[in-house]
Design a protein around this ligand. Structure first.
Ligand code: FES
Ligand code: FES
Length: 159
């Protein structure tokens, strides 16, 4: 099958790749752009480990084709930190020990950042609901939610 040429923007940088029309965005990010932060936990849209944003919308990159990224603005976990300076969410995840194996963590960080951009003052229920599509088999979720809620409070104080 002939490859298709895709030009898109990932974390602010214009990039291009050739892909099979059936390849997922997740595989294109990982295998063609070496952005291996997004993980394949299930490949069926159930775990959230592959979460990225596309034109500001949170999506499972395992459910999107690489060719559909043409002309889009993609944000991945690799774009969350500012160079070597961690995003407040990343600092809080460390502070609260909100990760263990880390497979879910990139997707949860992307999803949590998306939540706080849309809703800087979420209730705990809203945060839990927003992150319900991000499964974690290790942490029991409470540390994750505490880290997200504390980040939200810190960002509100700073604004
Ligand atoms: S790998 Fe995409 S939702 Fe699980
Ligand atoms: S830290 Fe292991 S799946 Fe979440």
């Amino acid at each position: 099958m002939s490859k298709l040429h895709v030009t898109t923007t990932v974390n602010g940088d214009e990039v291009e790749y050739l892909c099979d029309p059936r390849e997922t965005l997740l595989d294109c990010l990982r295998d063609k752009l070496n952005l291996t932060g997004a993980k394949e936990g299930c490949g069926t849209g159930d775990c959230g480990a592959c979460s990225v944003t596309v034109d500001g919308r949170l999506v499972c990159s395992c459910l999107m084709l690489g060719v559909e990224a043409e002309g889009k603005q993609i944000e991945t976990v690799e774009g969350i930190a500012d160079g070597y300076v961690l995003h407040p969410l990343q600092k809080k995840f460390i502070e609260y020990a909100a990760l263990q194996c880390g497979v879910c963590t990139p997707g949860i960080l992307v999803a949590a950042k998306s939540l706080l951009e849309k809703n800087p003052d979420p209730t705990e229920e809203e945060a839990r609901y927003w992150l319900a599509g991000n499964l974690c088999r290790c942490t029991g979720y409470d540390k994750i939610i505490r880290a997200v809620m504390d980040t939200a409070a810190e960002l509100r104080e700073a604004s």
